[in-house]
Design a protein around this ligand. Sequence first.
Ligand code: AGP
Length: 612
Amino acid sequence: MCGIIGFAGREQAAPILLDGLARMEYRGYDSAGIAVRSETKGLQVKKAKGRLQVLSDLTHGGADLEGTLGIGHTRWATHGEPNDINAHPHVSENGQIALVHNGIIENYLEIKEQLQRHGVKFTSDTDSEVVAQLLEFHYNECHNMLEAVGRVLRRIEGSYAFGIICSDYPNALIAARKDSPLILGYGENGNYIASDVTAVIKYTRDVVYMEDGEIAVVTPESIDVFDSEMNPLEKKHSQVDWDVSAAEKGGYAHFMFKEIMEQPEAIRKTVSPRIRDGRVVLDDVSMTVDYVKNISRIFIIACGSSYHVGMVSKYNWERLLRRPVQVDLASEFRYSDPLVDENTLVIVISQSGETLDTMAAMREAKRRGARTLAIVNVVGSSIAREADDVLYTWAGPEIAVATTKAYSTQLVLMDLIGLYLADLLGTVEKSEYDAILTEMQLLPEKMSHFLEHFEDVQYFASRYFNHNSIFFIGRNLDYAMGLEGSLKLKEISYIHSEAYASGELKHGTISLIEPGTLVVALGTYAALFDKAMSNVVEVKARGAEVLAVTTESFKEKMEKTADSTIVVPDTHPILQPSLGVVPLQLFAYYVALQRGCDIDKPRNLAKSVTVE
Ligand code: AGP
């Protein structure tokens, strides 16, 4: 979603701002802009609808804008259509204050009307411009920018991360946050603000995560952070430990493909440190046997692909723990008056750790007394910091909008936690426990082996890429995996696609199957393979073209019925989705490639969804 960058330093700001915005392109946006202040030219603002390249061309790579202090923004439209005027930065009426904003100001209409009564003229449809104008209004009253920002923050409702510059302040930019991420970066040639570390990692690894309610004054020499009462704060610094190359394509055509290929290593990094002497060790979680025995109910809450991980985990955990596990979409959970109390364990899953729906659902669960455990990829993100316990998936930075390696690491981490809890409860046989752990450690190798033959999937994609509607069917874990395969395909290839539990087909959906319809049949779940095959036969009988995914054990049987078959290595049944999902990711990737889609930045989508 929107991305903010700001720089106060001893170098020209515009090229740094453009570079930072380029590194945040993956977040999703539809327009971009920068504002730079110089002694001679005052505030200069350039904005443009469309790709960042348009803005870069417009400013000759930033060379046209002179000055060492500036802010930049990529906008994902919420209030008002994507166009040059609604793009950020927004400038107050007298042209003295420029502001970039992520989030939503809920009471903006009321404030806008009030300002209009004072004669203020607005140019855009955005809630963000209202804040720029309100800032000018208060600045005119108090002539102190920090004080004016404080007054504005007390007046507005909603979520925000702000970057603000004012022509009266040649060296300082002001930042503030509430419910929208913002980090501070300490560099050699100046200091930074950014929505995430990828924007500044080229310049510094020394960062501070801003908390809700905090305000920062950033100059080339220093960063001062204050609480909402303007009391100075001592902030803890964090060192970003991943390399800049991790957020670069490194010779691959797309981040998505690179990240698919990185999965074996990401799984290894997530699993290895958590298995010691044949046992699951979750150092960062402190659940006692008594606490676990008193858990009456488990909720798994997430959005999108993270929710699909929850779907797989529901099947696996209920099998392992013999406890009811409910998976809820975060956006539904929070408004459903959920049956949550202090004996409820709530697991929230989020790659970004910033998804607003998931964050709000977690807060609701905490408010009702539940203990929360977050599975997060981005270190120091909001969800990670607010959860009672956090376990990180060590996938490294995931840049492609379509998640792959984060999904895979979430899956194995959930399997590990399931085993850990089952062990505490005594609901898993030792032989089963050992078998799952052994197989889990073999997953990276088996996945690498499959990935060596990625061209097989490419071949099927070139055969089926021109279908306009595709169905994914499967039972149990295969159904959960199909949900992810279907989402992957539709988000990057724009092909209409649905995932169904195979047994449900005959209750309605089978009427959509006609000669030539492509059905991706998932038959990797051994316990229900024969049942799944009956459903394959049913759709074949109605003329469907069937592309199957199965395991080595069932290859022969599947090949007798399906038109095309992709075979993944066998593993323990609980872990089979970790291998089964890989051809589905590759299939989506190659279909999108054939169709000429913008794979890493699919239309209308954002990497981290920080609005409701
Ligand atoms: C997956 O490919 C999607 N881009 C999307 O569904 C994503 O999983 C969802 O928005 C949740 O994001 P999170 O894991 O960062 O919370």
